[in-house]
Design a protein around this ligand. Sequence first.
Ligand code: ZN
Length: 424
Amino acid sequence: MSDRYHNPQLETMSTDEIRSLQDRRLRAITEHVYARNSWFRARLDARSLAPADIRGLADIGRLPTMSKEDFRAGYPLVMSCVDKTAIVEMHMSSGSTGTPVVMPYTRVDIDQWGECMARCYRMAGADPGDIVQITPSFGLFNGGFGFFHGARSMGLFVLPTGAGNTARQLRLANDFGAKVLTGVVSYAIRIMEVLDEEKLPLPPWKVGIFGAECFSDAMKQKVAGGLGIEVFDIYGMTETGGVGTLGMDCRAHDGLHVWEDHYVVEVLARGADQPVADGQMGELVVTSLTREALPVIRFRTGDLTRVLSRQRCACGRTHVRVAPITGRVDDMLIVKGVNFWPRQVEQALMEIPGVRSNYQIVIEEVDGVRDIRVNVEADPGVTGFMVEKHLKEALGFSPKGDVFAPGQLPRQEGKAQRVVFEKK
Ligand SMILES: [Zn+2]
């Protein structure tokens, strides 16, 4: 494994150095939000806290947590800690309720984002000068711009294809020699289908960096095999400053490295303010230490994970590793008294020989009673009975399984809608 860093000093500094940097930066960011924004000030005042009370990480638990709802209530710039003239860019996500979450950026914030992303590219094995194909659109959603800012910081050649027109994407990738493919994993699956349908040559990609969707190990292997690439799971969200801000897995693929010089992560018990022990599952709570326009202080992400290791990794990086995100607190499904995650269904499906990558989990509710049906595309010979039997073995309950020929289930550009609710 070649160990290459974008910023060797910061990526490999000792745990003690990381902690003292975090202590210092937590004090500074607390002072910044308190001095610059009345919303943050009121939150500390309500707890009779002054910035000077936060001396370092040991005091972080005294600060109040914040949530997605705070962002929505703060639309458009209630929580901004800088003058509007200092803002150079914004991104936005809307989610299922439709009320937008807005993230403003200063010049410094864009550089911070570019630094985090550049580390991710380098961690995946990209070399300066490599061509990166950016398939998310360049718009309000942060994905396209995040991959772009990182590519600029690292010195990559940007092929800004954006979303759609897959046959043209493949042609460009081949004509120019794209080495890095970026986007959402469901789009990688679409690319595999088009390669097959149009009998096009496989582009020379060596690396695929995918974010914004939880995906199972089985799906990862399918995409890696189908496209001949090493697959990476990149992490970040609108509220933390976009794709890649929180980190990614390295080539050891043993958890996601979180950039601890920029972020403090806590894993809290669900619905509580108590941290769980390392190794235990809980909700990831994030504090951004270096962002100016809208830092988050103990932001409850809704994402479930656990701390895997605080030891130096095989790649040489010292930043904490957390498990790939299993699901979101609000994504867990309960059917007939059984709790499960969509990702577990995906893992079970992908283990069945002949099953393709496109599937849907349909939750049907009839008179308040929920039932589940799994629609999946598969090669001839795979039957609904085979699907049901395997799901029962893997999950401990029996959903109905319907098998479709490849190409028959709906497809989306961008983030896939894997779970569908039907009320009758
Ligand atoms: Zn590593």
